[in-house]
Write a protein that binds this ligand. Structure first.
Ligand SMILES: Cc1cc2nc3c(=O)[nH]c(=O)nc-3n(C[C@H](O)[C@H](O)[C@H](O)COP(=O)(O)O)c2cc1C
Length: 198
């Protein structure tokens, strides 16, 4: 059975972050599809969408004796509670977006709450499907001690017909949903392996 990690294994918790703040974001659509898959085709995985839009721009003057603004504290607690992270990362000018980098930076402040977690990236964009942004994100992950799965990689050309998303940003392509499923199963296995449970 797809993703059946055994009746005794508790579900892993995945925090899903979207680097786009746009209402009809394709990347948020990818996260919605991932959540749908986790409720159907995958056993033992709970994916929660974490909204990064309320986070202020990072400014260490907003910190006081190791405490952070309430929105930042809430975000950091969500990351801390997660076993792994799913980044839906658009490419802006060959790199990750400012909102996503801002979120990563806030959660990296002491104590760094990313440390030791497994992670995976999905991207969609122009011809390379966001590949350059993904490799920048992987580089950031080295310093914050995230462990990205290597395979499968998920790059999607959003603009080549037939349409992969509708105008609300919902993923409507079954083949792409299947690719997303494979990535999620890989993330699940890698998370359990990293935690010594598989
Ligand atoms: C400021 C800006 C820069 C962009 N730069 C790139 C780029 O370097 N490579 C690319 O593939 N797409 C680029 N795009 C297109 C986005 O990848 C595309 O609009 C994507 O759908 C954005 O994700 P979203 O639908 O989740 O908002 C850029 C878009 C914006 C707004």
């Amino acid at each position: 059975m797809a993703g059946d990690t055994g009746a005794l294994s508790p579900a892993i918790k995945v925090a899903a972050l979207c680097g786009s703040l746009r209402k009809g974001s394709f990347h948020r659509g990818l996260i919605r599809s991932a959540i749908e898959l986790s409720k159907g085709d995958i056993k033992g995985m709970e994916i929660e969408y974490i909204d990064i839009s309320p986070l202020p721009m990072l400014n260490t003057d907003l910190e006081s004796n190791g405490t952070y603004p309430p929105e930042v504290e809430a975000f950091r607690q969500k990351i801390l509670a997660a076993d792994s992270v799913l980044f839906a990362s658009p490419e802006y000018n060959y790199s990750l977006t400012a909102p996503l980098k801002n979120a990563i930076d806030w959660a990296s402040r002491p104590p760094n709450v990313w440390a030791g977690k497994a992670a995976a990236i999905v991207s969609t964009g122009g011809s390379s499907g966001g590949a350059k942004a993904q490799y920048h994100l992987r580089q950031v992950g080295v310093f914050v001690d995230l462990h990205f799965i290597n395979k499968p990689e998920f790059f999607l050309n959003a603009f080549q017909p037939p349409a992969k998303f509708n105008t609300d940003g919902d993923l409507i392509d079954e083949e792409v949903k299947n690719k997303l499923l494979k990535l999620l199963l890989s993330l699940q296995q890698f998370t359990l392996r990293l935690q010594g449970k598989a």
